[in-house]
Design a protein around this ligand. Structure first.
Ligand code: HT9
Ligand code: FE2
Length: 379
């Protein structure tokens, strides 16, 4: 069994004034298989009740088997945890950082049970999705509510950091990664089309994400505009760019956000584009969607159409990103203490609220499932 290969980590709770009232930070992520025998049980966890066709499961299983049945996401989350600890420590802040997943070991429930045994009473949670939609936001809030219910009297009190897509550090880290990738192209970034990419979601999920605030697509468009403006200012000329989507699944008859990245690369080639930077702004690390759907498939599509392509790195543990997250943590803690701490953002949309509004980020607009959530009203 590989399930204990990456155990949850615990430290004694915090007593540092800068992070009070929090005792610990929970990094709550998606999870991924650690070996061949994990792949199918993991995929069953992810797709339970989702109506994903068997063929799609087999296909995605193959993507994992292509990498020895091991998703890169677990090591990446361990690196994220280590980087957050190092940044907190370098600022003289002591805040234990623990890690738990929604779909695979270490499960959030095990991590929190462990943390509670070490005396952790109140936890701030960083959900590893930058953008708000059902998949990146409410589904985690449902997961955390279910975890609290399972722990019963042993549950810590849990708060959740707002979506961080427009955090200055996240945007700066993406900008730096795009500039690096651009520099690797012949003739540099000059004249390159910036192809921003994110995970596709069903149109119904997009619509539901846009009910109480800017939707999933609009959040990405805001990041795109902010990066384009910064790049354009550096280059002294406007930047050509677009937003495309990868990794659609579900029933092929169900509409999802388009254009698909591969179709869009073909369109760009037909329009005469000869070099692109593929910028995966929708993902924080090079997990399976990036490693397969972009590095294998999209790069192949570009090659077939005579386009020179460089894939920008994900934000990973870039210092701008980690620094921005720690700023967000300290800012939230200060707000919880009743201090007047202003949320820092770039772009036009402003900070999302600390507590999600009623009805936000449902799977489908108007569908009230009655599934309990944390950090927001149940409906
Ligand atoms: C918006 C979004 C993010 C946010 C970006 C982020 O958080 O980073 C994200 C992240 C991830 N999604 C991941 C994996 C999967 N997602 C699936 C299915 C789905 N994703 C969806 C959306 C998203 N997904 C949706 C609407 C579905 C359809 C079913 C459903 O409504 O849930 C399936 C089932 C098979 C398939 O249908 O593809 C798998 C295996 C992994 C782990 C990767 C690894 O192991 O390295 C990560 C980080
Ligand atoms: Fe996904």
């Amino acid at each position: 069994m590989t399930e204990n290969a990456l155990p949850a980590v615990s430290n004694p709770p915090s007593e540092h004034p800068a992070v009070l009232p929090y005792d610990a930070l929970l990094v709550c992520s998606f999870g991924g298989p650690n070996g061949t025998e994990d792949v199918i049980p993991f995929l069953r966890n992810v797709t339970r009740g989702k109506g994903i066709p068997e063929e799609r499961l087999a296909e995605v299983g193959e993507h994992y088997h292509h990498f020895g049945g091991r998703s890169p996401i677990n090591e990446q989350n361990l690196e994220l945890v280590a980087a957050l600890r190092a940044e907190l420590a370098s600022r003289g802040v002591s805040l234990p950082v623990v890690w738990g997943n929604r779909n695979w070991h270490p499960y959030t429930v095990d991590t929190l049970r462990d943390a509670r045994a070490f005396g952790v009473g109140r936890v701030l949670t960083l959900v590893t999705s930058a953008y708000a939609s059902y998949s990146g936001s409410r589904q985690y809030r449902e997961h955390l509510a279910a975890t609290v219910a399972e722990l019963g009297a042993d549950a810590p009190q849990i708060d959740i950091l707002r979506p961080f897509f427009n955090d200055p550090g996240f945007v700066a880290a993406n900008l730096a990664a795009i500039e690096e990738a651009g520099a690797s192209l012949e003739g540099g970034i000059d004249g390159a089309h910036i192809l921003y990419v994110t995970h596709s979601i069903p149109d119904t999920m997009q619509d539901a994400s846009a009910v109480t605030g800017p939707g999933y697509r609009e959040q990405h468009e805001d990041v795109r505009a902010a990066i384009d403006a910064a790049l354009g200012a550096r280059l002294g000329a406007p930047v050509a760019s677009s937003l495309a989507y990868c990794s659609r699944s579900g029933n092929p008859a169900t509409p999802w956000l388009e254009p698909d990245v591969n179709d869009h690369i073909e369109e760009l080639a037909a329009a005469g584009v000869t070099k692109i930077v593929i910028a995966p702004i929708g993902f924080i690390s090079d997990h399976m969607e990036v490693a397969f759907d972009l590095d294998v498939e999209a790069m192949e599509t570009a090659g077939e159409h005579g386009i020179a392509a460089a894939r920008a790195g994900t934000v990973g543990v870039r210092p701008e990103f980690i620094g921005g997250l720690v700023d967000m943590i300290l800012e939230r803690a200060a707000r919880e203490r009743g201090e007047d701490a202003q949320a820092q953002t770039v772009g036009d949309l402003g900070a999302f609220p600390d507590v999600a509004p009623a009805g936000s980020c449902r799977m489908r607009h108007g569908e009230v499932t009655g599934i309990p959530v944390l950090a927001g009203p149940h409906d």
